[in-house]
Design a protein around this ligand. Structure first.
Ligand SMILES: [Zn+2]
Length: 155
């Protein structure tokens, strides 16, 4: 059977395509877009949106809204600003025969948590981390620790 090359690049979802349609009055600006900030009563668009080369999206409210609040206002999370991992290598992991522990699930969880950490780092660049952000980072550490314990990995 011939491989179907048209399926080689499945619909890659870009974070920018996720966030832009949810923003009002989004228009092109110098190096990205400017839109109404959904997190505050924004009469003149004051939310800067930028897509980086690697697909990450940076958002910055010039009125000072927290990036986490901005994405939450349109039903997204900071992790949605990061591109999904490219498809492929994950399929090489055979499902574990032990239903209580799948290495793939654990890696997936760790990857997700690392996205949260990266998102928080972005927030830190834009301003200050909130107590909630810090608590979420603590949760990330706890989850990764749990995952390691679950996998039975000993130091
Ligand atoms: Zn705002």
């Amino acid at each position: 059977m011939q491989p179907n090359f048209s399926q080689k690049h499945p619909s890659t979802h870009r974070p920018i395509d996720l966030i832009l349609p949810r923003l009002e009055k989004a228009r092109r600006s110098k190096n990205g877009w400017i839109a109404r900030c959904p997190a505050h009563l924004d009469k003149t668009p004051s939310l800067g949106v930028r897509e980086l080369d690697d697909g990450r999206v940076l958002i910055h409210c010039f009125s000072g809204c927290d990036a986490a609040d901005v994405v939450a206002a349109v039903g997204l999370t900071l992790a949605d600003l990061f591109p999904p991992r490219p498809p492929g290598p994950e399929r090489q992991f055979a499902p574990s025969s032990n239903p209580a522990f799948s290495p793939f699930d654990v890696l997936r969880l760790i990857q997700h948590e690392i996205h949260i950490v990266l998102a928080a780092a972005c927030t830190a660049l834009n301003g200050e981390l909130t107590r909630e952000d810090i608590e979420r980072l603590q949760t990330a550490i706890n989850r990764i620790t749990d995952a390691i314990r679950l996998a039975g990995v000993k130091r």
